[in-house]
Design a protein around this ligand. Structure first.
Ligand code: ATP
Length: 618
């Protein structure tokens, strides 16, 4: 049975350059081969079944000849039953062979595509965040779904159809030549004559079907957008307008579909006419030969059988050929995606985790005290090479102490957090953890020591348990509840419709900003990191929420090395050190009182904070 090792992105031949021009069918096969290779045995069995059924189908022609000559036109009932018996045996063998072929080939298509999807997804989650800034998520999703489905069709159906048709064509041709040379030549000339117009016409119909599919996709995305923005639509009372606009989209789709249906109906009519015309021609010539006694009626019947078989084999091959062209596009896009290099090296620990090895010891060994330092760090975002987001920045955060970052919007505060987590590496200078460059650490070892509480905490469409355990999946229920209590989240969680089993996320329970932050804080408390990266919510929380969040944060920050993008005065006042940033540079650092006296920028920012705090209190 199949080898269980599924290929990974690294199995792809490096010679496949991402910029390669449109792939040829052979290079497509070469690109996909690593995914098919583990299932060689299935492939061989499927090929055997295919050859077997093709052989049986071809021998049915001989059965037909026997049936006509001995059974139908002869006068022995025994010969008739004998001929029917042979046909039945052939039919049973064909059914068995077809079952095996169909099952194995479809299995192979599904299996290969499942592996391909996994390889693409596994690769995507290791990619650099900036990749997702330049590539739309919808496009990446469609590669995972639409492109892979197309390949499944090719591997699972079309390819075996083409192979079968090729075998049939050659087999039928040989049998024809043996039976009657004159009629065979007629077929050889007739098949292309009949197929050419059908193929050309078929291409037009296919183009229209693609247009039709596209316009249906437009209808879908139009409806999707309206549903997503339904509140805006209703509050601006645009329902009628949207109905009309949608109706317009639907009518366009109908118009395209109508043209396609008309062409397709015409194509069917043409096919019928041409096929019957060609067969009638054969019967006319062959029938004359039969009357003249040069061939038997069975020969003629077998002849027509093989001629039709050849015609449909050629038709199938031309159909598959155009599908293959669509599939090369899909393969190319998938291979390009698999070839995108992760700029930050993929973690060895993460790779061995996927391979099921024990990695806890490596990760745990890195825990302990955490002293952080930025040493003359200069960093440009890849999309902004001319403007540094951080410039010659040097800062120390002693183990267990807190550093508050303040500064106007765009000063570089979030960039510092990104660099600490190694979403990017600085172009010059270095960031150290306990004296060693974080570039020398495995990303999993580095990130496992950190917990991040972002401004807009990400909640997954799952229950509270799952969301809180995200950073520590093996935490017990008691540990989760203790973390929620420490984060002042337990009470409101209990009040949710299903308590800890309530579903959150997109369509889940609606949580306030403060509640979301407290869930994120609980998640961080549960992870129990040595380094804490906090981005305080900028939107004003109500006094009670603010109080809860502040107390939760105090619990969380205790004895941990903390870097916090501070928007609240209380946080700033309690920080061990405050760094004032402006345009990517460190302009001042110290405690609150020192800075009020020494830094005009800080003084201004602090005054704004005071004013806001006072307004909120009054
Ligand atoms: N992904 C990105 N690609 C290119 N430039 C970016 C990217 N993210 C941020 N920048 C730029 O880098 C600079 C620093 O941005 P950063 O987000 O670190 O500022 P910030 O101090 O966190 O601001 P805010 O308080 O508004 O969040 C800004 O000029 C910003 O436009």
């Amino acid at each position: 049975m199949p080898d269980s090792r599924a290929p990974s992105a690294t199995d792809i031949a490096p010679s496949q350059s991402p910029k390669s021009a449109s792939l040829s069918a052979t290079s497509m096969a070469r690109a996909l081969w690593p995914f098919v290779r583990p299932y060689k045995l299935v492939l061989v069995c499927a090929a055997l079944a295919l050859v077997f059924t093709a052989g049986i189908t071809l021998s049915i022609g001989q059965g037909v000849r026997l049936l006509v000559d001995e059974g139908l036109t002869g006068d022995s009932t025994q010969a008739l039953s004998h001929a029917v018996f042979i046909i039945m045996v052939l039919a049973v063998l064909m059914a068995l062979g077809t079952y095996t072929r169909h099952y194995l080939v479809s299995w192979l298509g599904e299996r290969v595509v499942a592996d391909l999807r996994k390889a693409v997804f596994d690769h995507i989650v290791t990619l650099h965040p900036s990749y997702f800034e330049t590539n739309r998520s919808g496009e990446i999703m469609s590669r995972l779904t639409t492109d892979t489905t197309l390949l499944q069709q090719i591997i699972g159906t079309s390819f075996s159809m083409a192979l079968r048709s090729a075998l049939m064509f050659v087999g039928a041709l040989i049998l024809l030549l043996f039976t009657n040379l004159k009629l065979s030549l007629m077929v050889l000339i007739g098949v292309p004559l009949v197929l050419l117009p059908i193929t050309l016409y078929g291409r037009r119909v296919r183009k229209l079907s693609k247009a039709s599919q596209d316009s249906i996709a437009d209808v879908g995305s139009y409806a999707g957008e309206i549903i997503q923005h339904i509140k805006t639509v209703q509050s601006y009372t645009r329902e009628r307008h949207e109905m009309q606009a949608f109706s317009g989209e639907v009518e366009v789709a109908f118009g395209v579909a109508k043209r396609r249906v008309r062409q397709r109906s015409l194509l069917i009519a043409v096919v019928i006419l041409m096929m019957f015309g060609a067969v009638s021609g054969l019967i006319l010539v062959g029938g004359n030969d039969m009357i003249a006694g040069r061939i038997t009626s069975g020969d003629l019947a077998a002849f027509v059988f093989y001629a039709v078989m050849m015609g449909s084999a050629v038709a199938t091959i031309s159909e598959v050929y155009s599908e293959l062209q669509r599939a090369t596009g899909a393969t190319e896009r998938l291979i390009d995606l698999l070839n995108v290099k992760a700029e930050i090296p993929v973690s060895e620990v993460a790779s061995s985790q996927t391979a099921g090895q024990d990695t806890d010891s490596k990760v745990d060994g890195a825990q302990g005290e955490a002293q952080l330092a930025f040493e003359s760090v200069t960093f440009h975002y890849p999309s902004r090479p001319d403007k540094p987001a951080l410039e010659e920045l040097s800062l120390d955060v002693p183990a267990g102490k807190s550093l508050a970052l303040v500064g106007p919007s765009g000063a570089g505060k979030s960039t510092m957090m990104d660099l600490l987590q190694r979403f990017y590496d600085p172009q010059s200078g270095r960031i150290t953890l306990n004296g060693s460059d974080i570039r020398d650490l495995d990303t999993v070892v580095l990130r496992s020591q950190m917990a991040v509480v972002p401004q807009q905490p990400a909640l997954f469409t799952a229950d509270v348990w799952y969301n809180l355990r995200y950073g520590k999946p093996d935490a017990s229920d008691e540990e989760v509840i203790a973390a929620a209590k420490a984060a002042h989240a337990h009470e409101f969680i209990e009040q949710l419709p299903d308590g800890y089993n309530s579903h959150l996320g997109e369509q889940g329970a609606r949580l306030s900003g403060g509640q979301r932050q407290r869930l994120a804080i609980a998640r961080a408390i549960l992870k129990d990191p040595t380094i804490l990266l906090l981005d305080e919510a900028t939107s004003a929380l109500d006094a009670e929420s603010e109080h809860h969040v502040q107390r939760a944060l105090e619990t969380l920050m205790k004895d941990r090395t903390t870097i916090i993008i501070a928007h609240r005065l209380a946080t700033i006042l309690h920080a061990d050190n405050i760094a004032v940033l402006e345009n990517g540079r460190l302009v001042a650092q110290g405690r609150h009182q020192q800075l009020v006296e020494s830094s005009p920028l800080y003084k201004r920012l602090a005054e704004l904070q005071f004013r806001e705090a006072q307004t909120q209190e009054s």
